[in-house]
Design a protein around this ligand. Structure first.
Ligand SMILES: [Zn+2]
Length: 124
């Protein structure tokens, strides 16, 4: 069954993707939750669904970060999200955090990769 993924986080606005999100809109130095370890474990252990053959760099500090994208079948997010959270206080959307809690911090791993409906063009 086709289950398009329409929820994504981490396609930042740049020269190649001007319609992307502005990362600075997501910085929240006051974000403080008691289940940060569970959230971090979830977002760094969900399946890596895109591995890019080129390096990726943090849009804030330009440090080399994990390239690619992870997904749990519902959401799609940048594999660099751990760096963004820990180094820059980037806060994922509340809807993503609520979703992680709703599945008891356990990523779903049974979904059809071919059913992914990419929200943006993959650079060649
Ligand atoms: Zn950085």
């Amino acid at each position: 069954m086709i289950k398009p993924i329409k929820k994504y986080f981490g396609a930042w606005s740049d020269d190649y993707f001007p319609d992307g999100l502005n990362i600075y809109d997501y910085i929240d130095p006051n974000w403080d939750v008691t289940d940060i370890n569970e959230i971090m474990n979830y977002i760094t252990s969900a399946r890596l669904v895109i591995v890019t053959p080129y390096p990726d760099f943090c849009p804030i500090c330009r440090k080399a970060v994990s390239p690619g994208w992870r997904s749990d079948g519902t959401w799609l997010w940048t594999a660099a999200i751990d760096h963004l959270i820990l180094s820059h206080k980037v806060k994922p959307p509340e809807e993503l955090i609520s979703h992680i809690r709703s599945v008891a911090y356990t990523p779903q791993d049974l979904f059809d990769l071919h059913a992914l409906d990419w929200p943006f063009a993959i650079p060649k």
